[in-house]
Design a protein around this ligand. Structure first.
Ligand code: BTN
Length: 235
């Protein structure tokens, strides 16, 4: 894996999206400061030199991979590495890691599609490692390994472990194993959640992640299969 590190950049994901043609498969981009970090649903991702901010470019074998499983694969890889540092990390489908309902890590996978063909994938993730506080907007919903343990961690060591893990996990993708793992460590199973569908707010109970990676939920009348979107856990 070739790595490019920036002291400051707008977004590691945007860098790979803009430069994928000239970069090798499995190029990794990291940074200390991200001026315009991208989150899911067009949100901003806040990170600083206490966080890991990383993107990986995948250009080869895309026709052999089931791309829809990639966010869950990455959630599993991150969860497995980070669980050595903190024991009660949970996976929130489709791609967040939480500790006690606060966000430790977020994953954003973007496909570059040209003429209906997937030319590249950009896998981005942010992990709060040594952050001591967060800005007002997210201080109630974010956490870091430091805030949870009172220990300072070697960010570079954790990143290297994660990159090795992801590289290996991408070589042997087993959908059932990934889905079973994400169900085992999910914070959603059996919980009441709310989400919007066709401009309606629905409250439902989460059953499981099914074999296609969709979230199955049940309300009074139906079983609904969700393939993306934002789920809010009801307190
Ligand atoms: C989310 O939870 O909404 C996903 C957040 C993903 C953030 C990471 S930080 C590194 C990479 N570069 C970006 O601009 N975003 C991702």
């Amino acid at each position: 894996m070739k790595r490019i590190h920036f002291k400051e950049i707008d977004s590691t994901n945007t860098y790979l999206i803009n430069n994928y043609l000239n970069l090798d498969n499995m190029t990794v981009v990291t940074c200390d400061i991200q001026a315009s970090g991208k989150g899911r649903m067009n949100r901003v991702w806040h990170g600083d030199s206490n966080s890991i901010m990383c993107s990986i470019l995948i250009k080869e074998n895309l026709n052999k991979i089931d791309i829809s499983i990639i966010p869950l694969l990455i959630a599993k890889s991150l969860h497995q590495v980070l669980s050595a540092y903190k024991s009660d990390i949970k996976i929130k489908w489709p791609n967040d890691l939480l500790i006690q309902s606060r966000k430790l890590s977020g994953i954003l996978v973007k496909s570059i599609i040209i003429s209906s063909e997937v030319k590249a994938l950009v896998i981005g993730f942010g992990i709060n490692i040594n952050n001591k506080d967060f800005n007002k907007e997210i201080s109630d919903i974010a956490t870091s390994l430091f805030l949870e343990t009172n220990n300072i961690f070697d960010k570079e060591k954790i990143l290297k472990q994660i990159l090795t893990k992801i590289e290996n996990d991408l070589k042997q993708i087993n959908n059932k194993e990934i889905i079973d793992y994400c169900n085992k460590y999910s914070c959603l199973i059996g919980k009441k959640v709310t989400f919007s569908k066709d401009n309606e707010t629905i409250i439902a109970e989460v059953l499981k992640i099914d074999e296609s990676g969709h979230l199955l939920v049940r309300n009074e009348t139906n079983i609904i299969s969700l393939n993306s979107g934002e789920i809010t856990l009801l307190k």
